[in-house]
Design a protein around this ligand. Structure first.
Ligand SMILES: Cc1cc2nc3c(=O)[nH]c(=O)nc-3n(C[C@H](O)[C@H](O)[C@H](O)COP(=O)(O)OP(=O)(O)OC[C@H]3O[C@@H](n4cnc5c(N)ncnc54)[C@H](O)[C@@H]3O)c2cc1C
Length: 543
């Protein structure tokens, strides 16, 4: 049942976009009200505009009727809320029909995109152009939006893995319907708009990432020149106490530029969940995974406690030198270390020889199945394979077109950031094991985001169809988040369930002032990253 404002707004949107592009039908709405964890927020309608004029008009209607809008690009923000808004009663503004690649420059290595452009689409485009440029891809679905991910400050696997750091020239529709261009894009004929990010004067781009201050309709992303030569390296350590030395051994290489891309290191639970689904039979139906079953599986797969991978990019000589430095730095630290290139990967026999010591021969095919997509990700090739891990606790095989929301896969991410030291990595690992181990397999991966910062991604994976699991998972998640915060570790990105947790301080006052100025009626993504409640506190430092 909608109030008259919502009914009026829907009528106006229907007049504007046509009935076909204003979805009010229950099943479709319910699908988009479903995340990978329990949510209660309803959606009033789904709007599917296909150009800027239509979006501006949609925003005006939202303001007139005081009905909030929640923009999504492709809405696959799995583990953080999917397409569900943090607050109820929003109309979804689905931007997936704006899916043009507007500009491409091979020499200057950039591309300008609309929000509906997916990873697969850009990848295919570059292939079709015969381009010598690589994009960066996340481990999420090829059908995810590049802009959606960039606005969340997501990351991938190549030297251009920090997506927001490689973006500029944003086109934004403000909550009052005005259109702005950031950087030099605001000036007529500004040649440098797609190549120089700062423009002149205050830099505004950051205001539109992880926020609710604008609807991004265009963005330029920089691409990476394909290196002359690429090698991947894979390593593992048998025991967790070796993690300190491993991280501390990799840091200098990341800091001095030998390692240009994010190195990913996963624990045994994380690796197992990407190789196979939950061993229901071996565990005799018990959860969490019994110690003995886990040990046997690890033995069978010859898995160390932690395994990792990274890419080396450059000329053959540069790669050879980097390889030497990596070997040197990790000597005595890792138990296994191998290097792989295209030729090796393409000749299964050679790979078999390199690998027989890494894994049992009969596991080789499965191991290669796991390694190939990760290898591809380091070259910016999107893959569907990683989504399979969201079916970890399902009792049926991963379907051919996976959809974690539809299939009620339970997934909550917790993503704290720490300084890049072994000691911090261990602390994160200890807290995670303490909080999760009773109910869920404590899956962790570490990412060397830069030479100084360590990203930690903790996965709570469960089956939403099991009675009580939604509640158990959320309570574990909340406990974990609080424990991490108390220990000084804060998330780089948040799910809709965690919005509005920041301290009410002078920083939140500034955000609130900006929000009030740009969106007085609070029609854009209310509650998203900027806390609406901060209006209640008094100004001390600013008034
Ligand atoms: C197995 C698996 C692996 C994953 N791997 C990664 C990974 O490697 N790296 C990573 O970063 N993430 C990863 N994810 C998380 C997530 O799926 C991706 O980040 C995904 O790209 C986000 O969904 P989307 O691209 O559809 O963005 P959307 O869901 O469309 O956007 C995300 C949010 O940004 C806001 N937004 C979107 N578009 C706009 C716009 N145009 N204007 C204003 N606001 C907007 C909205 O609030 C929206 O909810 C993974 C998920 C899974 C399940």
């Amino acid at each position: 049942v909608h109030n008259s404002n919502v009914i009026n707004a829907i009528k106006s949107w229907q007049n504007l976009l046509g009935l076909e592009y204003v979805v009010v039908e229950d099943t479709t709405i319910q699908n988009l009200e479903t995340a990978t964890f329990k949510t209660h927020q309803n959606i009033t309608a789904i709007l599917l505009p296909h150009n800027i004029d239509e979006i501006q008009a949609c925003v005006k209607i939202a303001n007139t009727n005081k009905v909030p809008l929640y923009p999504i690009s492709t809405g696959h923000n799995w583990g953080y809320g999917s397409s569900v808004p943090p607050w109820a009663n929003c109309a979804l503004l689905d931007l997936s029909r704006l899916n043009q690649i507007l500009d491409f420059n091979e020499d200057l290595a950039y591309v300008t995109l609309e929000p509906g452009v997916t990873q697969q689409q850009l990848f295919q485009f570059l292939q079709d152009q015969g381009s010598k440029l690589w994009m960066d891809a996340t481990g999420s679905s090829p059908h995810c939006s590049i802009i959606g991910n960039t606005l969340e400050r997501g990351f991938g696997h190549t030297p251009y893995g920090d997506h927001f750091a490689h973006s500029c020239g944003v086109e934004v529709i403000l909550p009052n319907g005005d259109l702005i261009h950031t950087g030099f894009g605001r000036f007529a004929n500004a040649h440098a708009a797609p190549v120089y990010r700062w423009g002149i004067g205050p830099y505004l781009d950051g205001l539109f990432s992880q926020s609710n201050l604008g609807i991004v309709t265009k963005m330029t992303l920089w691409l990476m020149p394909k290196p002359e030569y690429f090698q991947a390296f894979y390593f593992s350590i048998y025991e967790t106490h070796q993690l300190n030395a491993l991280i501390d051994g990799l840091r200098p290489l990341r800091l001095n530029g030998t390692l240009e891309s994010a190195i990913h290191i996963g624990n045994d639970y994380k690796v197992l969940s990407s190789i196979r689904q939950y061993p229901w039979q071996e565990a005799a139906g018990q959860t969490p995974l019994p110690e003995a079953t886990f040990k046997a599986l690890k033995q069978n797969w010859q898995l160390g406690d932690w395994s990792g991978s990274g890419g080396i990019y450059g000329t053959r000589r540069q790669v050879a030198e980097a390889r030497r430095l990596i070997r040197n730095n990790l000597k005595g630290t890792v138990n296994k270390l191998i290097f792989l290139d295209d030729v090796m990967l393409n000749f299964a026999d050679q790979v078999a020889q390199s690998y027989q010591w890494l894994t049992k021969r009969n596991r080789l095919t499965s191991m290669l199945k796991l390694m190939r997509p990760v290898y591809g990700l380091m070259k910016g090739i999107p893959t569907e394979t990683q989504i399979g891990s969201t079916y970890w606790r399902k009792k049926y095989p991963v379907p051919s077109s996976p959809d974690p929301d539809r299939d009620k896969c339970g997934l909550l991410w917790c993503a704290p950031i720490a300084p890049l030291t072994g000691q911090h990595a261990r602390r994160l690992q200890e807290i995670t094991y303490e909080v999760l181990a009773e109910h869920f397999e404590p899956m962790i991966s570490f990412t060397l985001l830069s030479g100084r910062s360590l990203g930690c991604l903790i996965t709570i994976a469960y089956d939403r169809e099991v009675e009580g699991e939604d509640e158990r998972a959320m309570s574990c998640y909340a406990d974990l988040r609080d424990r991490l915060n108390n220990a000084g570790y804060y998330a780089y990105r948040k799910g809709i369930q965690s919005m509005g947790q920041e301290p009410l301080d002078s920083y939140s006052n500034v955000l609130h002032l900006i929000k009030k100025a740009l969106d007085p009626a609070s029609v854009l993504s209310p509650g998203r990253y900027i806390d609406e409640e901060s209006s209640k506190i008094n100004f001390k430092t600013l008034s």
